[in-house]
Design a protein around this ligand. Structure first.
Ligand code: MG
Length: 359
Protein backbone atom coordinates (compact mmCIF):
# COMPACT_ATOMS: atom_id res chain seq x y z
CA UNK A 1 0.00 0.00 0.00
CA UNK A 2 1.38 3.36 -0.94
CA UNK A 3 1.86 6.16 1.57
CA UNK A 4 -1.22 8.26 2.18
CA UNK A 5 -1.50 11.71 3.64
CA UNK A 6 -4.13 13.32 5.79
CA UNK A 7 -5.38 13.69 9.36
CA UNK A 8 -6.13 10.69 11.54
CA UNK A 9 -9.20 10.39 13.78
CA UNK A 10 -7.13 9.00 16.60
CA UNK A 11 -10.01 8.41 19.00
CA UNK A 12 -11.41 5.84 16.58
CA UNK A 13 -8.26 3.72 16.41
CA UNK A 14 -8.91 1.63 19.56
CA UNK A 15 -5.99 -0.50 20.68
CA UNK A 16 -3.86 0.88 17.84
CA UNK A 17 -4.09 4.40 19.30
CA UNK A 18 -0.43 4.32 20.54
CA UNK A 19 0.73 3.81 16.94
CA UNK A 20 -1.47 6.46 15.37
CA UNK A 21 0.10 9.73 14.21
CA UNK A 22 -1.92 12.94 14.32
CA UNK A 23 -1.15 13.61 10.66
CA UNK A 24 0.68 12.08 7.73
CA UNK A 25 2.48 14.27 5.18
CA UNK A 26 4.65 13.62 2.14
CA UNK A 27 7.77 15.37 3.45
CA UNK A 28 9.00 17.75 6.15
CA UNK A 29 8.88 20.94 3.99
CA UNK A 30 5.17 20.30 3.35
CA UNK A 31 4.36 20.90 7.03
CA UNK A 32 2.98 24.41 7.50
CA UNK A 33 4.89 26.24 10.21
CA UNK A 34 2.11 28.84 10.46
CA UNK A 35 -0.31 26.03 11.17
CA UNK A 36 2.00 24.55 13.86
CA UNK A 37 2.15 28.01 15.44
CA UNK A 38 -1.65 28.32 15.35
CA UNK A 39 -1.87 24.92 17.08
CA UNK A 40 0.19 26.35 19.96
CA UNK A 41 3.31 24.31 19.22
CA UNK A 42 6.60 25.69 20.57
CA UNK A 43 9.03 22.78 20.40
CA UNK A 44 9.63 20.76 17.21
CA UNK A 45 11.31 17.39 17.76
CA UNK A 46 12.92 15.96 14.65
CA UNK A 47 14.02 12.52 13.56
CA UNK A 48 17.08 12.45 11.27
CA UNK A 49 17.21 9.46 8.92
CA UNK A 50 14.69 9.64 6.10
CA UNK A 51 13.03 12.65 7.77
CA UNK A 52 15.74 15.35 7.44
CA UNK A 53 18.15 13.46 5.18
CA UNK A 54 18.64 10.01 3.69
CA UNK A 55 20.22 7.26 5.76
CA UNK A 56 24.00 7.73 6.21
CA UNK A 57 23.86 10.99 4.17
CA UNK A 58 24.54 14.56 5.25
CA UNK A 59 23.55 16.46 2.10
CA UNK A 60 20.37 18.24 3.18
CA UNK A 61 18.01 19.39 0.47
CA UNK A 62 17.42 23.11 0.05
CA UNK A 63 13.69 22.86 0.96
CA UNK A 64 14.60 21.11 4.24
CA UNK A 65 17.23 23.78 5.06
CA UNK A 66 14.79 26.58 4.21
CA UNK A 67 12.08 25.00 6.38
CA UNK A 68 14.44 24.71 9.36
CA UNK A 69 15.67 28.30 8.85
CA UNK A 70 12.14 29.66 8.78
CA UNK A 71 11.16 27.60 11.84
CA UNK A 72 13.98 29.22 13.79
CA UNK A 73 13.03 32.68 12.51
CA UNK A 74 9.46 32.10 13.69
CA UNK A 75 10.71 31.37 17.19
CA UNK A 76 10.23 27.61 17.32
CA UNK A 77 12.61 25.58 19.47
CA UNK A 78 14.10 22.69 17.49
CA UNK A 79 15.81 19.52 18.69
CA UNK A 80 16.84 16.17 17.22
CA UNK A 81 15.87 12.79 18.67
CA UNK A 82 17.70 10.09 16.72
CA UNK A 83 18.27 6.37 17.27
CA UNK A 84 21.40 6.41 15.13
CA UNK A 85 24.49 4.67 16.47
CA UNK A 86 26.78 6.86 14.34
CA UNK A 87 27.56 9.47 16.95
CA UNK A 88 30.15 11.35 14.87
CA UNK A 89 27.74 11.81 11.97
CA UNK A 90 25.03 12.99 14.36
CA UNK A 91 27.42 15.50 15.91
CA UNK A 92 28.29 16.86 12.45
CA UNK A 93 24.59 17.14 11.56
CA UNK A 94 23.88 18.92 14.82
CA UNK A 95 26.68 21.39 14.11
CA UNK A 96 25.68 21.94 10.46
CA UNK A 97 22.06 22.63 11.33
CA UNK A 98 22.69 24.36 14.64
CA UNK A 99 20.17 22.06 16.35
CA UNK A 100 20.72 20.28 19.68
CA UNK A 101 20.55 16.48 19.68
CA UNK A 102 19.49 14.22 22.53
CA UNK A 103 20.98 10.88 23.43
CA UNK A 104 19.14 8.50 25.71
CA UNK A 105 17.18 5.26 25.55
CA UNK A 106 16.19 4.67 21.94
CA UNK A 107 12.74 5.58 20.63
CA UNK A 108 10.02 4.39 21.24
CA UNK A 109 11.23 4.92 24.83
CA UNK A 110 9.87 8.22 26.15
CA UNK A 111 13.33 8.97 27.57
CA UNK A 112 14.64 11.42 24.95
CA UNK A 113 11.21 13.07 24.55
CA UNK A 114 10.98 13.76 28.28
CA UNK A 115 14.54 15.10 28.41
CA UNK A 116 13.68 17.59 25.67
CA UNK A 117 10.35 18.62 27.24
CA UNK A 118 12.11 19.21 30.52
CA UNK A 119 15.02 21.18 28.97
CA UNK A 120 12.76 23.48 26.94
CA UNK A 121 10.18 23.71 29.74
CA UNK A 122 7.22 22.96 27.49
CA UNK A 123 4.22 20.70 28.07
CA UNK A 124 3.61 17.66 25.80
CA UNK A 125 0.80 19.45 23.95
CA UNK A 126 3.16 22.33 23.10
CA UNK A 127 5.55 19.92 21.37
CA UNK A 128 5.33 18.02 18.10
CA UNK A 129 7.43 15.08 16.89
CA UNK A 130 8.18 14.73 13.18
CA UNK A 131 9.53 11.39 11.94
CA UNK A 132 9.22 8.70 9.30
CA UNK A 133 8.73 5.63 11.48
CA UNK A 134 5.56 4.53 13.25
CA UNK A 135 7.31 2.00 15.49
CA UNK A 136 9.85 4.51 16.87
CA UNK A 137 9.05 8.19 16.21
CA UNK A 138 5.25 8.03 16.44
CA UNK A 139 4.99 5.38 19.17
CA UNK A 140 7.53 7.22 21.35
CA UNK A 141 5.71 10.54 20.90
CA UNK A 142 2.33 9.01 21.77
CA UNK A 143 3.79 7.37 24.86
CA UNK A 144 4.87 10.85 25.98
CA UNK A 145 1.55 12.52 25.06
CA UNK A 146 3.08 14.44 22.14
CA UNK A 147 1.38 14.83 18.74
CA UNK A 148 3.33 13.08 16.02
CA UNK A 149 3.48 14.01 12.35
CA UNK A 150 4.43 11.00 10.26
CA UNK A 151 6.39 11.88 7.12
CA UNK A 152 6.88 9.62 4.14
CA UNK A 153 10.26 7.90 4.12
CA UNK A 154 12.75 9.42 1.68
CA UNK A 155 14.12 7.34 -1.18
CA UNK A 156 17.17 5.18 -0.58
CA UNK A 157 18.33 2.23 1.55
CA UNK A 158 17.60 1.70 5.23
CA UNK A 159 19.15 0.12 8.32
CA UNK A 160 18.31 -3.61 8.43
CA UNK A 161 16.48 -3.26 11.78
CA UNK A 162 14.33 -0.53 10.25
CA UNK A 163 13.26 -2.92 7.48
CA UNK A 164 11.74 -5.22 10.11
CA UNK A 165 9.93 -2.24 11.63
CA UNK A 166 8.58 -1.38 8.20
CA UNK A 167 6.85 -4.77 7.91
CA UNK A 168 5.00 -4.18 11.19
CA UNK A 169 4.40 -0.57 10.17
CA UNK A 170 2.69 -1.68 6.94
CA UNK A 171 0.33 -3.99 8.82
CA UNK A 172 -0.48 -1.38 11.47
CA UNK A 173 -0.99 1.48 9.02
CA UNK A 174 -3.19 -0.59 6.73
CA UNK A 175 -5.65 -0.58 9.65
CA UNK A 176 -4.90 3.00 10.77
CA UNK A 177 -5.65 4.31 7.27
CA UNK A 178 -9.30 3.49 7.96
CA UNK A 179 -9.36 6.43 10.37
CA UNK A 180 -7.66 8.79 7.91
CA UNK A 181 -10.26 11.48 7.40
CA UNK A 182 -8.67 14.23 5.36
CA UNK A 183 -7.35 12.14 2.60
CA UNK A 184 -5.39 14.53 0.41
CA UNK A 185 -5.20 11.80 -2.21
CA UNK A 186 -8.68 13.05 -3.13
CA UNK A 187 -7.32 16.48 -3.99
CA UNK A 188 -6.45 17.37 -7.51
CA UNK A 189 -2.78 17.54 -8.37
CA UNK A 190 -1.42 20.18 -10.74
CA UNK A 191 -1.38 17.55 -13.48
CA UNK A 192 0.71 19.48 -15.99
CA UNK A 193 3.73 19.59 -13.64
CA UNK A 194 3.65 15.87 -12.80
CA UNK A 195 5.36 13.21 -14.99
CA UNK A 196 2.84 11.15 -16.97
CA UNK A 197 3.21 7.90 -15.03
CA UNK A 198 2.91 9.71 -11.68
CA UNK A 199 -0.29 11.53 -12.57
CA UNK A 200 -3.21 10.62 -10.38
CA UNK A 201 -5.52 9.68 -13.24
CA UNK A 202 -2.85 7.43 -14.77
CA UNK A 203 -2.15 5.73 -11.42
CA UNK A 204 -5.88 5.27 -10.94
CA UNK A 205 -6.31 3.86 -14.41
CA UNK A 206 -3.45 1.36 -13.89
CA UNK A 207 -5.09 0.21 -10.65
CA UNK A 208 -8.44 0.12 -12.42
CA UNK A 209 -6.95 -2.12 -15.13
CA UNK A 210 -5.51 -4.40 -12.44
CA UNK A 211 -8.93 -4.69 -10.81
CA UNK A 212 -10.38 -5.10 -14.31
CA UNK A 213 -8.07 -8.05 -14.98
CA UNK A 214 -9.39 -9.81 -11.88
CA UNK A 215 -12.98 -8.99 -12.86
CA UNK A 216 -12.33 -10.24 -16.40
CA UNK A 217 -10.99 -13.55 -15.07
CA UNK A 218 -14.12 -13.91 -12.94
CA UNK A 219 -16.36 -12.95 -15.87
CA UNK A 220 -14.67 -15.34 -18.31
CA UNK A 221 -14.61 -18.25 -15.86
CA UNK A 222 -18.30 -17.92 -15.02
CA UNK A 223 -19.31 -17.60 -18.68
CA UNK A 224 -17.20 -20.62 -19.61
CA UNK A 225 -18.76 -22.70 -16.83
CA UNK A 226 -22.31 -21.70 -17.76
CA UNK A 227 -21.83 -22.07 -21.52
CA UNK A 228 -19.71 -25.23 -21.69
CA UNK A 229 -19.26 -27.02 -18.36
CA UNK A 230 -22.37 -26.99 -16.20
CA UNK A 231 -24.92 -29.36 -17.79
CA UNK A 232 -28.39 -30.67 -17.11
CA UNK A 233 -30.22 -33.22 -19.33
CA UNK A 234 -27.28 -33.16 -21.80
CA UNK A 235 -27.74 -29.42 -22.35
CA UNK A 236 -25.41 -26.78 -20.95
CA UNK A 237 -26.88 -24.26 -18.52
CA UNK A 238 -26.54 -21.55 -21.16
CA UNK A 239 -28.29 -23.48 -23.93
CA UNK A 240 -31.05 -24.59 -21.56
CA UNK A 241 -31.68 -20.98 -20.53
CA UNK A 242 -31.47 -19.91 -24.18
CA UNK A 243 -34.09 -22.46 -25.21
CA UNK A 244 -36.36 -21.55 -22.29
CA UNK A 245 -36.24 -17.84 -23.12
CA UNK A 246 -36.73 -18.52 -26.84
CA UNK A 247 -39.80 -20.67 -26.15
CA UNK A 248 -41.29 -18.11 -23.78
CA UNK A 249 -40.85 -15.28 -26.31
CA UNK A 250 -41.57 -17.06 -29.62
CA UNK A 251 -42.78 -13.95 -31.43
CA UNK A 252 -39.68 -11.95 -30.60
CA UNK A 253 -36.92 -14.58 -30.68
CA UNK A 254 -38.26 -17.11 -33.20
CA UNK A 255 -35.54 -16.44 -35.75
CA UNK A 256 -32.68 -15.79 -33.31
CA UNK A 257 -29.84 -18.29 -32.88
CA UNK A 258 -30.29 -20.14 -29.59
CA UNK A 259 -26.57 -20.05 -28.82
CA UNK A 260 -26.57 -16.25 -29.21
CA UNK A 261 -29.41 -15.97 -26.70
CA UNK A 262 -27.53 -18.38 -24.43
CA UNK A 263 -24.42 -16.24 -24.69
CA UNK A 264 -26.35 -13.06 -23.85
CA UNK A 265 -27.91 -14.61 -20.73
CA UNK A 266 -24.59 -16.00 -19.52
CA UNK A 267 -22.94 -12.66 -20.23
CA UNK A 268 -25.50 -10.84 -18.08
CA UNK A 269 -24.99 -13.23 -15.15
CA UNK A 270 -21.18 -13.30 -15.37
CA UNK A 271 -20.87 -9.53 -15.88
CA UNK A 272 -23.08 -8.86 -12.88
CA UNK A 273 -20.86 -10.87 -10.56
CA UNK A 274 -17.65 -9.47 -12.09
CA UNK A 275 -18.95 -5.90 -11.83
CA UNK A 276 -19.73 -6.41 -8.17
CA UNK A 277 -16.12 -7.47 -7.64
CA UNK A 278 -15.01 -4.39 -9.57
CA UNK A 279 -17.15 -2.15 -7.34
CA UNK A 280 -15.71 -3.53 -4.11
CA UNK A 281 -12.07 -3.37 -5.18
CA UNK A 282 -12.24 -0.02 -6.96
CA UNK A 283 -13.94 1.59 -3.99
CA UNK A 284 -11.30 0.40 -1.55
CA UNK A 285 -8.21 0.26 -3.76
CA UNK A 286 -8.48 2.46 -6.86
CA UNK A 287 -10.49 5.45 -5.63
CA UNK A 288 -9.82 4.94 -1.90
CA UNK A 289 -13.21 5.96 -0.65
CA UNK A 290 -13.16 6.55 3.09
CA UNK A 291 -16.23 8.72 3.59
CA UNK A 292 -18.70 6.28 5.12
CA UNK A 293 -21.45 8.91 5.42
CA UNK A 294 -22.03 8.91 1.67
CA UNK A 295 -21.54 5.18 1.15
CA UNK A 296 -25.20 4.65 0.23
CA UNK A 297 -25.22 7.42 -2.38
CA UNK A 298 -21.90 6.25 -3.78
CA UNK A 299 -23.16 2.67 -3.97
CA UNK A 300 -26.31 3.79 -5.81
CA UNK A 301 -24.21 5.77 -8.31
CA UNK A 302 -21.77 2.90 -8.75
CA UNK A 303 -24.63 0.55 -9.54
CA UNK A 304 -26.11 3.03 -12.03
CA UNK A 305 -22.74 3.20 -13.79
CA UNK A 306 -22.29 -0.55 -13.45
CA UNK A 307 -25.69 -1.38 -14.97
CA UNK A 308 -25.02 0.80 -17.99
CA UNK A 309 -21.56 -0.80 -18.15
CA UNK A 310 -23.22 -4.20 -17.90
CA UNK A 311 -25.51 -3.34 -20.82
CA UNK A 312 -22.53 -2.13 -22.88
CA UNK A 313 -20.54 -5.25 -21.95
CA UNK A 314 -23.36 -7.69 -22.75
CA UNK A 315 -24.55 -5.94 -25.90
CA UNK A 316 -21.12 -5.39 -27.40
CA UNK A 317 -20.04 -8.91 -26.35
CA UNK A 318 -23.13 -10.52 -27.85
CA UNK A 319 -22.81 -8.51 -31.06
CA UNK A 320 -19.20 -9.63 -31.57
CA UNK A 321 -20.00 -13.24 -30.61
CA UNK A 322 -22.65 -13.15 -33.34
CA UNK A 323 -20.39 -11.75 -36.09
CA UNK A 324 -17.04 -13.40 -35.25
CA UNK A 325 -16.31 -16.59 -37.22
CA UNK A 326 -14.64 -19.76 -35.83
CA UNK A 327 -15.15 -22.12 -32.90
CA UNK A 328 -17.66 -20.85 -30.31
CA UNK A 329 -15.02 -21.06 -27.55
CA UNK A 330 -12.69 -18.73 -29.50
CA UNK A 331 -15.37 -16.28 -30.55
CA UNK A 332 -16.77 -16.32 -27.00
CA UNK A 333 -13.35 -15.43 -25.63
CA UNK A 334 -12.77 -12.61 -28.13
CA UNK A 335 -16.30 -11.24 -27.77
CA UNK A 336 -15.97 -11.25 -23.99
CA UNK A 337 -12.68 -9.33 -24.23
CA UNK A 338 -14.10 -6.66 -26.56
CA UNK A 339 -17.24 -6.24 -24.47
CA UNK A 340 -15.19 -5.98 -21.26
CA UNK A 341 -12.80 -3.39 -22.78
CA UNK A 342 -15.66 -1.09 -23.84
CA UNK A 343 -17.32 -1.50 -20.45
CA UNK A 344 -14.00 -0.88 -18.64
CA UNK A 345 -13.53 2.53 -20.29
CA UNK A 346 -17.11 3.48 -19.50
CA UNK A 347 -16.86 2.20 -15.92
CA UNK A 348 -13.55 3.96 -15.22
CA UNK A 349 -14.82 7.40 -16.17
CA UNK A 350 -18.28 6.70 -14.76
CA UNK A 351 -16.90 5.70 -11.37
CA UNK A 352 -14.16 8.32 -11.32
CA UNK A 353 -16.14 11.35 -12.53
CA UNK A 354 -19.58 10.45 -11.21
CA UNK A 355 -19.77 7.82 -8.46
CA UNK A 356 -16.53 8.50 -6.59
CA UNK A 357 -15.99 12.11 -7.57
CA UNK A 358 -14.28 14.06 -4.77
CA UNK A 359 -16.24 17.02 -3.44
MG1 MG B 1 13.92 7.90 10.57
Amino acid sequence: MSFRTGTFEREKTGILRPFCPAHAVGSLPEISLDWLKSEGKKLIMLDVDHTLVEWKQENFSEPVLQWLKRAKEMGFQLCILSNTRRIERLARISETLGIKTYRGKFKPSSDMYEMALSDYKVSPDEAVMIGDQIMTDVLGANRTGIDAIWVQKMHGPEFSGTKINRVIEKIVTSILYRSLVTDTDQSEEPESSVPLLERKIVRQFIKFLFVGAISFAIDFTIRHLLLFVIKSDDLTFGMKMGETVQKSLPGLLQNAKTDSIAFFICAVIASFIATFNSFLLNRAFTFRIKDRKNAGKQAAKVYMVAYVGLAINSTVGTFFFHILPGHPKISSFLATAIGAACAAIWNFFGQRNFAFKAK
